[in-house]
Design a protein. Structure first.
Length: 172
């Protein structure tokens, strides 16, 4: 078999309001395989196929993904981007936090801070929905981890002193 270069291309699978990216990878293989990755679907197919066969496999993959989404709403929810809005409440460990999200045209990076029970997030203007979700998720995670770190550290030390009696690193 000649040494052919592996290639890939991207397309979109539409299911109701959901848009799922489909990566098609052409490689040295004999069979076709579809899988759902962390952020997108992956179709692997042989590099030496006719364009009609490639289209047929692409349609098969789209139908397979749609069938999986119809069978399992939890799976569908995994690929639905979260939409963070001002006024949204987050409840964690018997505490409640309220989001306040602003977009600023003069910002080039995102900023987050906690003021009382309010998590204030400033985003650069013009970012797409996927970037907005990722940035908000990261900022919220970092802020909440800083809030609960002292409690968790204290609990780790209590359990260690009570049961394990091991020397802990300063970071814990």
């Amino acid at each position: 078999m000649p040494n052919l270069k592996i290639a890939s291309e991207f397309s979109i699978i539409h299911y109701n309001e959901l848009k799922l990216r489909l990566e098609t990878i052409y490689e040295h293989r004999k069979s076709v395989r579809i899988s759902l990755g962390k952020h997108h679907a992956i179709l692997r197919q042989p590099i030496l196929l006719t364009s009609a066969q490639k289209e047929k496999n692409l349609e098969w993959a789209r139908n397979w993904v749609i069938k999986k989404f119809e069978q399992d709403p939890v799976l569908r929810q995994r690929y639905t981007p979260k939409d963070y809005q001002t006024g949204q409440k987050i409840q964690l460990r018997e505490r409640e936090f309220v989001l306040e999200i602003n977009e600023a045209a003069d910002r080039k990076s995102a900023l987050g801070k906690l003021e009382g029970p309010v998590i204030k997030i400033e985003l650069p203007a013009g970012i797409n929905a996927r970037q907005r979700q990722q940035v908000c998720s990261t900022i919220i995670s970092r802020i909440l981890s800083n809030v609960f770190l002292p409690e968790l550290t204290k609990r780790v030390h209590e359990i260690n002193d009570r049961f394990l009696k091991k020397k802990l690193n300063k970071s814990v």
